[in-house]
Design a protein around this ligand. Structure first.
Ligand code: GLU
Length: 290
């Protein structure tokens, strides 16, 4: 007898730190339609761990814009800020495995540490790799800092974390289509990534893999800009014994100069387009989904 096939679960996971633009619309529609075509469920998740940039009015705008586009999602919606305790437990799990260490460095200190080192390696997003200052810190000093109440971020000890793996990591990539390609994960290119920030007991990478697992997500359609981050996600899934979804990294919607749409560049938001008279059908056409 064949195993009963469980229902596919797709999700769109925006961060409420600005208004949605066409890139978000494309991602949301890809997930919504993927769910519909596969007879699956569609979830919306609010990724609001960034306490400084997340705003309730942006979250409200997400619901409004997606409903206007014709999307329907299950409720209650998972909001990451309500699950910090679950992420903290996962960080404890990583600590017990001995693959994380506290880091007291500020961004400025790290920048100064690599200043003038022209060939210093950078991660796929262009940020200099962490130079390992706190990894080399003497145990007594680390304990003294912690006792004095100094806040620390937690970093993954990348070489140790990778060394403990039983097999090479990869993921199932479907891109825009249905053809599967096996991609080899290369988490080392990110260096000692932060898994828990100083201000919240998680990071984007950690929260996303925990939520995808807890919500039973089987298919993740998201922009190509997160393609390389998937290597870190696969490593965390392996370390925390979490299942891996199928990944579908899709093209980015570019502005007229061929650049990425972004909040900071003031790219037109769905709200602006709607105010100018665009319909949901126009939006689908503008993102190439006519
Ligand atoms: N919250 C992320 C963003 O808005 C997306 C996370 C994901 O899809 O994995 O960029």
């Amino acid at each position: 007898m064949s195993e009963p096939q469980s229902q596919p679960v797709w999700r769109f996971a925006p961060s409420p730190n600005g208004l949605l633009h066409l890139g978000h619309a494309y991602s949301a529609l890809r997930n919504f339609e993927g769910a519909r075509r596969s007879g699956g469920r569609f979830l919306l998740r609010i990724e609001d761990i960034d306490v400084v940039r997340s705003r309730p009015e942006y979250e409200a705008a997400i619901y409004e814009d997606l409903a206007w586009l014709g999307l329907e999602w299950e409720t209650p919606v998972r909001r990451q800020s309500e699950h910090l305790g679950e992420y903290a437990l996962a960080v404890d799990g990583l600590r017990n495995r001995g693959v994380v260490y506290p880091c007291f460095c500020t961004r400025g200190e790290i920048a100064r540490g690599v200043e003038g080192k022209k060939d210093w390696p950078r991660d796929p997003d262009g940020a200099p790799l962490y130079p390992g200052t706190c990894k080399r810190m003497k145990r007594e000093q680390r304990e003294a800092f912690l006792l004095a109440g100094r806040h620390a971020a937690m970093r993954l000890d990348m070489p140790d974390a990778c060394a403990g793996l039983e097999q090479t990591l990869g993921w199932r990539e479907f891109g825009e289509g249905e053809e599967r390609r096996d991609v080899r994960a290369e988490p080392q290119v990110w260096g000692d990534v932060i898994v828990a920030r100083r201000d919240v007991p998680t990071s984007y990478h950690l929260a996303v893999v925990i939520d995808d697992a807890l919500q039973g997500v089987t298919d993740v359609a998201r922009g190509m800009d997160l393609f390389h981050a998937t290597s870190v996600h696969r490593l965390l899934q392996a370390l925390l014994d979490l299942p891996q979804p199928n990944y579908r990294h899709h093209r980015l919607i570019l502005d007229d100069d061929g650049g990425k749409l972004s909040k900071s560049k003031g790219s037109a938001t769905l709200r602006d387009l709607r105010a100018e008279g665009a319909t949901p059908t126009d939006i689908r056409r503008m993102v190439g989904l006519a």
